[in-house]
Design a protein around this ligand. Structure first.
Ligand code: GLN
Length: 527
């Protein structure tokens, strides 16, 4: 533990300041200097994971290679660091309390009363040490805001760790409002810092979200009242793209105070590739493509953040602009001519989802794309609906998924066999990375340029194997299958660009390594 370094990012004043983006940006700057980094996210909620949470409340559920269902911040970490993160980096209240109670029942604490300090905090520190084993520096993001009841035990564990090892740096992310241009208010930050200090933690660095860059006076005040040097107060301004933040922080030399506190080497960051991609996002060479995301949680864009980011990555690679339109699927159900809404787009994405609301609207959008040769990508539920649409409108079957109609005469989408017996809801879907064999000569194979891939999953239903022959005979191409039980993983149209995957291919898309099918999709949109 002693040769490892830890950087803790805590948020003050209000939620939603972008701690995940700040933590990812700093991790990126360390990685660009050759350090091996891993992120940890502390989430105070008592759910074991966020797999059972509604996207309306919590945003997208992100899935890791190992199948762990995690907070969407993990998507940010992976998109920035371009590496897959293991599930033990997500430490939730639910996981901790589950372990503690199980241990207590086993008799591990025999004779003792079990307490937040030291038992729960020890469990936190043990888990942090586990993650640190394989890396040089761990970035720890404390979910929520300092002062919340929910995350208090995480803050306390970090205070203890700092006292025990002294190889930590604390970053406080705050908000500095401007009452009018030039009238910046640092008082909330001053009070927030006192609160953190009262919990035994002195921030080494303060990063300020803001509407305008900090004035010299504001910086001076924060420094004087919060016990940090002026050189350790940083701007986190409004940016065109979140991917710009590492560059913005690098320019302000955030590495200097970190290196000083943690004894890091004086190395230069290699950000050349990153910079190039960011430039393509901010000022692309080619005209924008217009993409419609036809979904059911379109009121909360966070529900589809990985889909949106995968489009951003692909457009940055193709070096074209990107305009995303959010289309509420249920609105399409009532409309006479959905062309009024969809004709202005170059391509359509049907993302994943659960439950029947909006499904018929999505199926109409797929039919519209097929008949009007608009580029289409379907993701998870999107694949299932592409198959239903094909079965209905090309094969002439009265088809559906048993998720929406248990007694449909043609259940072209049905529960996976192993899902039939499941009664518990948490962590029981087909989750995480599964292999997929690609058929040569298909669009999928052309996109990946490989015979075998693996992508992440989160579903309970599949294309009913009893219908696969009939679908193929009718012209639908099955271009990817799981090697063991022939689960349909990818399907495509013959006559125009339309491809759908049972996997959530958007989850593995990173700025420096976009999802191959998204790149092909953007190129098809350009045509
Ligand atoms: N509801 C579908 C299933 O469970 C699709 C899930 C999804 O899109 N993630 O298989």
């Amino acid at each position: 533990m002693l040769d490892k370094k830890f950087i803790v990012v805590a948020g003050s004043i209000m939620s939603g300041l972008g701690k995940g983006i700040v933590a990812s940006s700093i991790a990126k700057l360390l990685q660009a200097r050759g350090y091996r980094v891993a992120p940890i996210k502390f989430d105070g909620y008592l759910n074991v994971d966020c797999g059972t949470m509604n996207p309306f409340r919590h945003g997208e559920v992100f899935v890791l290679d190992d199948g762990t269902e995690v907070d969407m911040d993990f998507g940010t970490y992976e998109r920035f660091l371009n590496k897959s993160i293991p599930g033990n980096c997500s430490i939730t209240g639910g996981k901790l309390f589950k372990t503690i109670v199980e241990k207590e029942r086993r008799g591990d604490y025999l004779g003792r009363d079990v307490q937040i300090v030291p038992h729960l905090t020890d469990e936190i520190k043990k888990r942090v040490a586990e993650v640190a084993k394989n890396v040089d520096i761990v970035l720890i993001e404390i979910g929520g805001t300092v002062g919340d009841l929910e995350n208090g035990y995480f803050v306390e564990a970090m205070r203890q760790m700092n006292y025990e090892h002294d190889n930590m740096a604390f970053i406080q992310l705050t908000y500095v409002p401007s009452l009018s241009p030039g009238e910046q208010k640092t008082k909330p930050t001053q009070h927030a810092t006192r609160l953190l200090q009262s919990l035994g933690i002195q921030p080494d660095i303060i990063i300020c979200r803001e509407q305008e860059n900090l004035s010299a006076e504001a910086k001076k005040k924060i420094s004087a009242y919060c016990n940090v040097s002026e050189n350790a107060v940083f701007d986190d301004p409004v940016l065109k793209t979140v991917y710009e933040l590492p560059l913005v922080l690098e320019k302000q030399d955030i590495y200097a105070p970190l290196a000083k506190k943690l004894g890091l080497k004086n190395r230069k960051a290699d950000l050349e590739n990153w910079e190039k991609k960011v430039k393509h996002i901010i000022s692309p060479k080619k005209e924008p493509v217009k993409v419609a995301i036809v979904g059911k949680y379109t009121a909360v864009k966070d529900a589809y953040v990985s889909v949106k980011e995968a489009l951003v990555h692909a457009a940055a690679t193709v070096n074209c602009g990107l305009e995303i339109g959010w289309v509420e699927a249920s609105d399409l159900e009532k409309m006479e001519d959905i062309g009024e809404v969809l004709s202005k787009y170059d391509g359509i994405i049907i993302p994943g989802g659960f439950g029947g609301r909006g499904v018929e609207g999505k199926i109409r959008a797929i039919q519209y794309a097929r008949e009007n040769k608009k580029a289409l990508v379907g993701l998870c539920l999107g694949l299932q609906l592409m198959v239903i649409e094909y079965a209905r409108n090309v094969l002439g079957l009265d088809a559906n998924s048993t998720e929406f109609d248990k007694h449909t005469p043609h259940p072209v989408i049905d529960l996976l066999p192993e899902q039939q017996q499941i009664s518990k809801m948490g962590g029981t879907m087909r989750l995480g990375d599964y292999e997929c064999i690609l058929k040569k000569g298909t669009l999928a194979h052309h996109a990946y340029k490989k015979d075998s891939i693996s992508e992440r999953h989160r579903h309970r239903l599949e294309v009913n194997p009893n219908y696969v022959k009939q679908l193929e005979k009718g012209g639908l191409i099955v271009s990817g299958t799981h090697p063991k039980n022939n689960i349909v993983e990818i399907a495509e149209w013959k006559t125009s660009f339309g491809i759908a995957t049972q996997a959530h291919i958007e989850l593995k898309s990173r700025l420096e390594e976009p999802a191959p099918i998204f790149i092909e999709f953007i190129k098809a949109c350009e045509k």
